[in-house]
Design a binder for this molecule. Structure first.
Ligand code: ATP
Length: 367
């Protein structure tokens, strides 16, 4: 069993860089937690502090319920996989995988049995006699994984382990890694800046920005109900539409969202109306995923925005339409078979993913 908890963890480097700013995070036993964020946001520093390769400036690293700040890396029962697999070039695959066992004094026979088991689980049983230079990138990555799991660690720490591979192999290996860690029941903390990797592999995703933890939740939660505007804009391609609106709760029990030149009317019994009702008189930001916007005929009444198609972008399996809706441009997924040469007004119905107040009580949120 292995759990990880970071409590008020801050890391300030000697040059004054605040790499990690008061982060609190719990990783459950057997959980696959992905740390996601842009380059330089502090993900690797978090991982290195959990590994014991970096000391927190303040706060607690708790492993299995015990304060681990002063625990040496080798006493933390963790295995780390980095992006530059760092295999020993002069050793065979089998010796590379078995190396941690040799270090801890496991005899040759049980060692080669364990190596064979691990190699076969990773699909590299037939290359045990080769050297790393005789392997493909994907095979080398599997060897690195094998070397990490051979000691049956309670906790896996992985720092962008797939970033040096081509995209096809990355997709294949991400399924393998998440499958394998689940099979082994190993708690995993996985760092990446690739949101597709994060959303497909994680049980939960922790999103960081400039050292600060922005949101933690299942992929569905952080995608559908982002905690901050930053997360709303960061996750998803195309980017979520974010429109400012002024909220008015009308006496006849409907809600009007004034957005630039347009007003969106929501009936009171609409779940989205209730979500914004308590912002009466305030300016909020409404978040709408492209796929949540549905084109409807121009004469449709009700909760409809009107826009003019500026251009269409074809992506093979889908088309994105970029529309002007007065003060704003929005992106709509699949405009409903409209041929590219037709640019006309469209009504847009239905929006989801309501986001946050920007102004008023909460103050402006910086994107
Ligand atoms: P990447 O995805 O590029 O690896 P990251 O999110 O993992 O980025 P970190 O490597 O944790 O980011 O770095 C966080 C911040 O701390 C960055 O601004 C980085 O420049 C800084 N930093 C990292 N190591 C040191 C160090 N030893 N001394 C000073 N600053 C550092």
């Amino acid at each position: 069993m292995a759990t990880v908890a970071l409590k008020d963890v801050t890391k300030v480097f000697p040059d004054g860089t605040i790499a990690v700013d008061n982060v609190n995070l719990d990783v459950g036993d057997g959980e696959f937690m992905v740390l996601l964020g842009p380059s330089g946001c502090g993900k690797s520093t978090v991982l290195r502090m959990v590994a014991g390769l970096e000391d927190p400036t303040s706060g607690a690293i708790v492993l299995d319920g015990e304060l681990a700040n002063d625990l040496a890396p080798r006493d933390r029962k963790i295995a780390m996989v980095f992006q530059d697999f760092a295999l020993y070039p002069h050793m065979t695959v089998g010796d590379n995988i078995g190396f941690p066992l040799r270090l801890s004094g496991v005899d040759a026979e049980p060692r080669s049995e364990r190596v064979a088991d691990v190699a076969s689980a990773l699909g590299i049983g037939d290359v045990l006699g080769r050297r790393p230079s005789q392997l493909s990138g994907g095979q080398r990555q599997r060897v690195a994984m094998g070397r990490a799991i051979v000691r049956r660690p309670g906790l896996f720490l992985m720092d962008e382990p797939l970033s040096n591979l081509d995209s096809g192999l990355r997709a294949e290996l991400r399924a393998e890694i998440s499958g394998l860690t689940r099979e082994l029941g190993v708690t995993t903390l996985y760092v990446t800046h690739d949101q597709a990797e994060a959303l497909t592999m994680a049980d939960r995703v922790a999103i960081m920005r400039r050292g600060v933890l922005q949101d933690v939740g299942t992929p569905t939660q952080v995608y559908g109900r982002p905690a901050t505007l930053y997360v709303a804009a960061f996750l998803g391609a195309p980017r979520m539409n974010l429109l400012e609106a002024q909220v008015y709760v009308h006496l006849d029990r409907h809600i009007a969202l004034h957005m630039g030149e347009q007003t969106l009317y929501l009936p009171w019994n609409d779940i989205r109306a209730r979500a914004v009702a308590h912002y009466h008189g305030e300016r909020i930001v409404v978040g709408m995923r492209a796929e949540a916007l549905v084109p409807v005929p121009v004469d449709t009444e009700g909760d409809v925005l009107r826009g003019r198609i500026r251009y269409l972008e074809h992506h093979g399996h889908e088309s994105l339409a970029f529309l002007d809706i007065g003060a704003y441009a929005v992106i709509v997924d699949d405009i409903g078979g409209t041929p590219p040469e037709v640019a006309g007004p469209r009504g847009l119905r239905r929006f989801g993913n309501l986001v946050k107040r920007v102004a008023g009580r909460g103050g402006e949120q910086e994107l």
